[in-house]
Ligand binder design. Sequence first.
Ligand code: CTP
Length: 437
Amino acid sequence: MLGVSGSVAAYKAIELCRLLMSEGARVLPVMTEAARRFVGEATFSALASEPVPAGLWTSVDPSPHTRLAREADMVVVAPATARLLGALANGICDDLLTAVLLATRAPVMVCPAMHTEMWENVAVMENAARLRSRGIVVLGPTSGPLAGGDEGLGRLVEPTAVLDAVRGILAGLHGAASDGTVARDGTVARDGTGSDGPATRDLAGVRVLISAGGTREPIDPVRYISNRSSGKQGYALAREATVRGADVVLVTAAEGMEPPVGSEVVAVETSREMERELMARCQDADVVVMAAAVADFRPARIQAQKISKADGVPDMALEATPDILSELVEVRRPGQVIVGFAAETHDVVPRARMKMAAKRVDLMVANDVSVPGAGFGHDTNAVEIIAADGASTSVPMTTKAAVARAVFDSVVDCLAKSSKESAARGKDPAKSSKEEF
Ligand code: CTP
C-alpha cells in the first residue's frame, strides 16, 4: 500500500508508484486530503492497481481501512508529513491513511519530507524516534533543495532509494536477497531473472559488525587526509547480512550514503573514532567484517586554526594510525569470524595472502582496485575471497550486492566449521579460551 500525504514532494510518489508497478507489485494507493491538493487523484488511479479510495466516510467500501490494512504486504508512506508522523506516533487516526496505519500488521515504512526547521523540531524528532523504536522504518529525509528555494535536510529520499528499501524489507520478510525484483506474488528473485532462487535466513540471530568508508583524518579545521573509498561495498554487506536475518551494526565513515534499512548505523569520521566504536562493540559480535578503508597515516598534530597559505607550505609530520583489524584479532572472541579486505593495485592475491597471514583473519577479500569498474566508488566489484586453509573463491566482475552475497556465503561456511570444531572438542565455543586461536 502506498500512502501519500500532503507535501509538495507528493509528485515524487507518482514516480514511486510507477516504479513499484513496473517491478510487478500490486499497488494500493491511499491519499490524504492535503495530498490531493498537491497532485491529482486521477494520476494515481490511472497508474496504480486500483483507484484511490474516496476516504474513510465517503468510500463505497463499508470498511476500507481494514480491507487495505489486511491486503497490504507492506505499507509505505512517501512523502510522510510532520502531521502524519505525529498521528502515527500517538495512535491518532482521523482519516483513511492513518486508520490503515493503525490497523495494519504489515511492516510500515515512512519517508519524511518537510522543511529543515520542522524536521528538526524536538516534537517531530521525538515522534520519529518513537516510530523507529516500534520497528517502523523511517527512511530519510536527505539534504538538498527544498520547496520555496530553500536548501537543507528535509528532502524526500529519491523514489529509487524507496524502491530499494521496499525490496530489502520484503526480501527480509520472504527470505530473499535485497537486490532482487518483487514478483507479482510478493516473492523476491535474487537477480531479476528468477534463476538464482531466494536466499535463506542462514544468518538469523547472528550478530554482525561491519565497518565501511574511508576515514577522514583532520589536518586543521577545514582540511583532512582521506582516500577514495565510497563505502558502497560495506553498505552492500550490511544489506545482505540484514536480508539473511543477521542483527547488523554498521560503523561507517562514508558520506552521503542512504542508511541501509534494518542496520544500526554508527557514524564516525576518524580512524580513532572508528577504532573506539568497533572495539566497544566487537565482543558482542559473532562476525566482524572490516570493509573500511582506514587511513594508514594521520597528522601528528591537528592545527587548531586554519593553516594559511601566507605561512608557506606547512611542514606536516604524520603518524601511523592504529591497525584496527589487528586489534580486533587480538581480542577475538572464541568462535568469532573475522573478515578483512585487501585493497591492492598490484600482485593482488599474493599480497592479500601475506596480509591474511600477518593479520590472522578467517577470510581475506582481495580487491584489485586498479581494474576499471572494480573497487572505490563503483557499484560493481571483482574479488577473490581467500579462506584460512588457502582455498579461494573467485568472484568475477559483478554488483557489490553480489560480492556481498559471496562474502557471506563464505562467512556462513566459516561459522559452520567453527561450530563443528568446537562440537568435536566437546566445547561450547563461547567457553573456550582465547589462546586456542
Ligand atoms: N585496516 C585496519 N586499520 C588500518 C588499516 C587497515 O583495520 N589502520 C584493515 C582494513 O579495514 C582491511 C585490512 O586492514 O580490512 C587491510 O587493509 P589495507 O589497507 O589493504 O592494508 P594495510 O594493512 O593498510 O597495509 P598496506 O597499507 O601495506 O596495504
